[in-house]
Design a protein around this ligand. Structure first.
Ligand code: EPZ
Length: 418
C-alpha cells in the first residue's frame, strides 16, 4: 500500500495547473449512456474513480477509447448490452448510482447496486429514487439492488427535499429523454451541475436554469454524441491554496474560474491572506500566519463540505481559535484525531469542531481515512516540523492527479513510497 513521506516546514511558492474536475467528469462520463453516437471528453482527470467509471461503462457495452495520457476519452454507447451496475463496481465508487437516470431514460430499465455507506456517512439515495419515481419510474429494492423500470419516462415537477448533487444529476439525466417538460426545484447549484447541463446541451438536450435552484428541461426523443471539455477542479485548487496558506507561501492555481470557490476565498481573506481573482486563475499570497476564523459548510454557494478538512488543517496552525461546523455530512471529522497526532488542539462538539491554533506542529505517522481527510493530513504534514508518513494514500489517489508531483513543483519535500 502506497505511503507519502513529507518533510514539512517549507513555504510553498509557484504556479500549478488545476486538473479537470473529478466531480464534473464522473457524471459527464456517465451521461454518454444517453447518446446514440460517440462522445469525446477532454480535460478528464487521470484518477482511480475515472478508471472505475470506464470499467462500469465497459461492463454495460460502452466502447471506451481511453486516452487518459492526454486527459481525453471517447465513449461510444451506440450498442449498450447491459443495464446493470454490479455491486463490486458500485461499492468502490458510489457516484456510479447516477447511471440510474440515463439507463431508465434511454432503455426503460436499470439494475443498480445500492451504494452502501462510506467513511463520511450513510449516504442514502432516497432523493434520487423519489425524483425518478416522479418521472414515472417503478422502483423496487431487491437483495441490495435497485430495480427500476419505465415504459417511457414522462416530464414532471420534481421538488428535492435537499439540494443533493447526485440526486439533481440523476434526475436531470432522466428528464432530458422523458416525454414533455420537467421542472426541477430546490436543485443543487454547484459548478459541476452547470458543467453537466452544458455537456447535455452539447448532446442536443433542451435545458435551462442550471446553477439556480430551478432547472427547466424539455425532453427529447434522442441525444447525439458531443465533444466536450470538463471544467477545472475547484476542490483540488482550494486544496493547493490551503497548503500555500498553511505554509505561509504564495501560490497561483491556473485553469478555473475563481467564481467556483468564492465562499472559500472570502474565508482565506478573513484569515488574513491576500487573494487575487481571475476568470481562469486564483492567486493566494500569505501575509504571515493565518488568523483563526469560523466556517460552516453548506450546499453551493455556501462553503463546500469538500474543503472543510483542508481548511481545518490551516486553522490548526492559525493565530487564535476557530469553529468548524459540518452541516452536510454526519461523520466528516475523521481527519481530527490524525491532525491531533501532529500536535493540533481540536475538540469535537456534535457537528462542530473547536480549533485552538498552534504556533507549530510536529511530524508523526498518520493514517488516511477518506479522500478529503487525506488532503487535510498532507497539508498538516507540509507545515509540521520534521517527517510525516501518511499511510493508505490510495484514498488520495481517488481525487488528486499526481499530487506529489504538483506539490514538489511548489517546493514541497514530498515523495511517494510504494
Ligand atoms: C457529491 O456527493 C460529491 N461527489 C461529494 O464529493 C460532495 O461532498 C457532495 O456532492 C456534496 O457537495 C461527487 O460529486 C462524485 P449529496 P453526493 O447528494 O452527490 C444526503 C468528494 O470528496 N443525501 O449532495 O453523494 C447525503 O447523505 C465527494 O469528492 C440523502 O440523505 O452528495 C449527504 O448528507 C465526497 N439522500 C447530503 O445529502 C439522498 O438521496 C449531501 O449529499 C442523497 C443525499
Amino acid at each position: 500500500m502506497d505511503k507519502m513521506r513529507i518533510r514539512g516546514g517549507k513555504a510553498l511558492h509557484g504556479t500549478v495547473q488545476a486538473s479537470g474536475s473529478k466531480n464534473a467528469a464522473l457524471p459527464i462520463l456517465i451521461s454518454s449512456l444517453l447518446a446514440e453516437t460517440p462522445c469525446r471528453f477532454r480535460r478528464v482527470p487521470n484518477l482511480m474513480d475515472v478508471r472505475t467509471t470506464f470499467k462500469l461503462l465497459e461492463h454495460m457495452g460502452v466502447v471506451v477509447k481511453n486516452d487518459l495520457g492526454k486527459n481525453e476519452v471517447e465513449l461510444d454507447a451506440s450498442k449498450v448490452t447491459s443495464q446493470e451496475a454490479p455491486y463490486d463496481l458500485v461499492r468502490t465508487m458510489r457516484a456510479s448510482v447516477v447511471v440510474l437516470g440515463p439507463l431508465l431514460a434511454r432503455f426503460g430499465r436499470a439494475k443498480v447496486s445500492l451504494p452502501g455507506g462510506c467513511a463520511i456517512g450513510a449516504r442514502p439515495i432516497n432523493f434520487h429514487l423519489t425524483g425518478l419515481e416522479k418521472l414515472g419510474a417503478e422502483i423496487e429494492l431487491d437483495q441490495g439492488y435497485v430495480i427500476a423500470k419505465a415504459k417511457r419516462l414522462r416530464g414532471a415537477r420534481v421538488a428535492f427535499e435537499f439540494p443533493s448533487v447526485g440526486a439533481t444529476e440523476n434526475v436531470m439525466m432522466a428528464a432530458v429523454l422523458a416525454e414533455g417538460e420537467s421542472i426541477l426545484e430546490n436543485c443543487a447549484q454547484e459548478p459541476e451541475i452547470v458543467d453537466l447541463a452544458r455537456a447535455l446541451r452539447a448532446m442536443g438536450a433542451e435545458i435551462s436554469g442550471e446553477g439556480s435552484a430551478t432547472i427547466h428541461i424539455q425532453g427529447k426523443k434522442s441525444l447525439q454524441g458531443c465533444d466536450y471539455s470538463v471544467i477545472g477542479d475547484r476542490i483540488e485548487a482550494g486544496t493547493f491554496l490551503a497548503a500555500a496558506f498553511a505554509t505561509r507561501g504564495s501560490v497561483r492555481v491556473e485553469g478555473l474560474d475563481s467564481e467556483f470557490l468564492e465562499s472559500v476565498l472570502v474565508k482565506f481573506e478573513d484569515a488574513g491572506a491576500e487573494i487575487r481573482r481571475f476568470s481562469d486563475a486564483i492567486e493566494l499570497v500569505s501575509k504571515g500566519r493565518p488568523r483563526g476564523t469560523d466556517i460552516t459548510t453548506l450546499p453551493f454557494p455556501g462553503f463546500p463540505t469538500d474543503m472543510q478538512a483542508q481548511f481545518m488543517a490551516v486553522m490548526a496552525v492559525a493565530d487564535g481559535a476557530s469553529v468548524v461546523t459540518e452541516t452536510v455530512f454526519e461523520n466528516r471529522f475523521m481527519h481530527v484525531p490524525e491532525l491531533v497526532r501532529l500536535g493540533a488542539d481540536i475538540s469535537i462538539h456534535g457537528k462542530s469542531a473547536m480549533i485552538r491554533g498552534q504556533e507549530k506542529l510536529l511530524g508523526a505517522p498518520l493514517m488516511a481515512t477518506d479522500l478529503r481527510a487525506s488532503a487535510s493530513l498532507i497539508i498538516g504534514a507540509l507545515c509540521a516540523e520534521g517527517e510525516t508518513v501518511v499511510n493508505r494514500i490510495y484514498h488520495l489517489d481517488r481525487g488528486y492527479e499526481r499530487m506529489e508531483e504538483k506539490l514538489r513543483a511548489l517546493g514541497a519535500d514530498i515523495e511517494r513510497i510504494s
